[in-house]
Design a protein around this ligand. Structure first.
Ligand SMILES: [Zn+2]
Length: 498
């Protein structure tokens, strides 16, 4: 295994698995990042764990990478449409905070979550609001080249001028399928045409507004990814990632405007990689204030962030995953078993780098212990699995089999655990088993007990509203007796079981 297995990735552009060889080093990689007007939910996190898996696969293959993840703090109108208010401005009004405060608060929440999930930091996290002048220049170039037309609502990209428009989404020529769910914009020539500049309407005054050749307004929400990726990675780069929902619209429009801007006839980005959805369904989590469950809800309910990571990696990134408490329980139990098994083998060797170095270590181990041939074989299976379009479930299975195999000596197991850790990022070398003990979960409560607790929490909120502090304290004491730990947050009270 001198070079190992050729890395192959499923390219959404053409819908096929292809050999991945970087066109330059470091390879450029761009991932669509968070829109920072609300807490990222568990479904959002799948995209970042997926991009992290790509990063780890490249590192394993000794391919250097430069990774950029954008922070959308302007330009994203409500409901992904081209007109109307920005999501950030709506959130600021709702929470009575400034747009800047909202963006900073939720950007920090995003960084907290990716750190908790052991996601490798990107090289750059550009903020859209810092690139508006460049977006205006980019748009002016498109206008000069004749790719745009003006309407009272802004400047639009004319998709009729792009014969390959929609190739990524495999849209029919009229692009009806996706465009059907879009808003009606008076004067728009085609349903697929999209706003590059969203002009302020008479009587409207945005909080975030810039002057431009097309009047005061804000950039269209596809623009930032094209502009910032080209600014930070160069005109062409190797990998663009995102959730599969972006494949049908956002990425289609990124490609159209970027290729029109560059005008060199080359595909803008070589590999488009998309992760499937995480179905959140009706999973019952700890009660926080509304919305889809987020990582903090999981930890409140007694799960370790690494258990969520293991749950995600237990499915292939191109398969839909159903998020259920049963699946989370199983993931936490699996992680607990893995850590208990790996703990006596610590410290694990440094295995952050490449498969080749680890293979050499396995070969050396084979020379000293006859039984280590099993380890070398398992290592080859792991390499084959990551190379075959990032088969993380297979890597987990190979590790679990190896840890059960009496023929593999501890030295071999150490290398295998370190290799799996490098690829999966589960922190097997450092996790404390005590952190994986399952606390009593909200989901284990009898319905009447859950109802009683929720009733008391609501009653206490009402008492506080009426400034009846004695009553509020009495209720807190009663909740305490029931083993409920209550925290007051800006979004309202949050509780969990001790
Ligand atoms: Zn994007």
């Amino acid at each position: 295994m001198t070079h190992g297995h050729q890395l192959r990735l499923y390219n959404s552009l053409g819908r096929r698995v292809q050999d991945f060889v970087p066109s330059a080093e470091p390879a450029g990689m761009y991932s669509c990042g968070p829109t920072v007007y609300a807490f990222p939910h568990l479904g959002n996190m799948r995209a970042y764990v997926f991009a992290d898996t790509v990063r780890r696969a490249l590192r394993w293959k000794a391919i250097r990478v430069r990774h950029v993840v954008n922070i959308t703090d302007v330009g994203h109108a409500v409901a992904d449409t081209d007109t109307g208010e920005d999501k950030l401005e709506v959130a600021a009004a709702r929470e009575r905070r400034s747009v800047r405060e909202i963006a900073e608060f939720y950007t920090r929440a995003f960084f907290d979550d990716i750190r908790a999930l052991n996601i490798l930091p990107a090289d750059e996290y550009p903020r859209a609001s810092a690139y508006v002048p460049q977006m205006i220049d980019f748009t002016a170039t498109l206008e000069q080249k004749g790719y745009t037309y003006r309407l009272p609502s802004g400047l639009y990209f004319d998709t009729a001028q792009d014969p390959r428009y929609g190739e990524l989404a495999q849209l029919d020529p009229e692009g009806q399928r996706e465009a059907a769910r879009l808003e009606q914009v008076p004067g728009r020539r085609r349903k697929t045409d999209f706003a590059l500049w969203r002009a302020e309407q008479p009587g409207q005054r945005r909080v975030m507004r810039w002057d431009s050749p097309w009047g005061w307004g804000a950039p269209g929400w596809h623009l930032e990814c094209s502009v910032m990726s080209i600014a930070l990675l160069g005109p062409h780069f190797d990998i663009h990632t995102g959730g599969v929902d972006h494949r049908e619209l956002h990425h289609v429009n990124e490609i159209a405007q970027s290729e029109a801007y560059l005008g060199d006839g080359l595909p803008w980005v070589r590999f488009w990689l998309h992760n499937e959805f995480l179905q959140l369904g009706a999973a019952k989590m700890a009660k926080s204030a509304g919305g889809a469950p987020r990582l903090a809800d999981l930890t409140e309910a007694g799960y370790h962030p690494m258990a969520f990571r293991l749950f995600l990696l237990g499915g292939h990134y191109r398969s839909q995953l159903d998020f259920t408490t049963e699946a989370m329980d199983a993931a936490q139990a699996t992680l607990r078993r893995l850590v208990a098994r790996v703990q006596p083998l610590r410290p694990l060797p440094e295995a952050d780098t490449l498969g080749a170095a680890i293979a050499a270590a396995a070969t050396a181990a084979a020379a000293t212990a006859a039984a280590a041939t099993g380890a070398a074989r398992a290592l080859d299976l792991m390499d084959a699995a990551i190379a075959a379009d990032l088969s993380t479930p297979k890597i987990l299975a190979v590790l679990q089999d190896a840890l059960r195999d009496p023929a593999i000596a501890p030295d071999g197991l150490r290398v295998l655990a370190a290799a799996a850790d490098a690829l999966l990022g589960l922190s097997l070398g450092t996790l404390d088993p005590a952190d994986l003990e399952h606390r009593r979960s909200v989901t284990e409560l009898a319905p009447e007990e859950l109802h009683a607790i929720e009733h008391l929490v609501a009653e206490r909120t009402q008492a506080r509203k009426e400034r009846d502090w004695t009553r509020a304290d009495q209720i807190r004491a009663e909740l305490d007796q029931r083993g409920v730990q209550l925290t007051d947050t800006p979004e309202g009270p949050v509780w969990r079981l001790r």
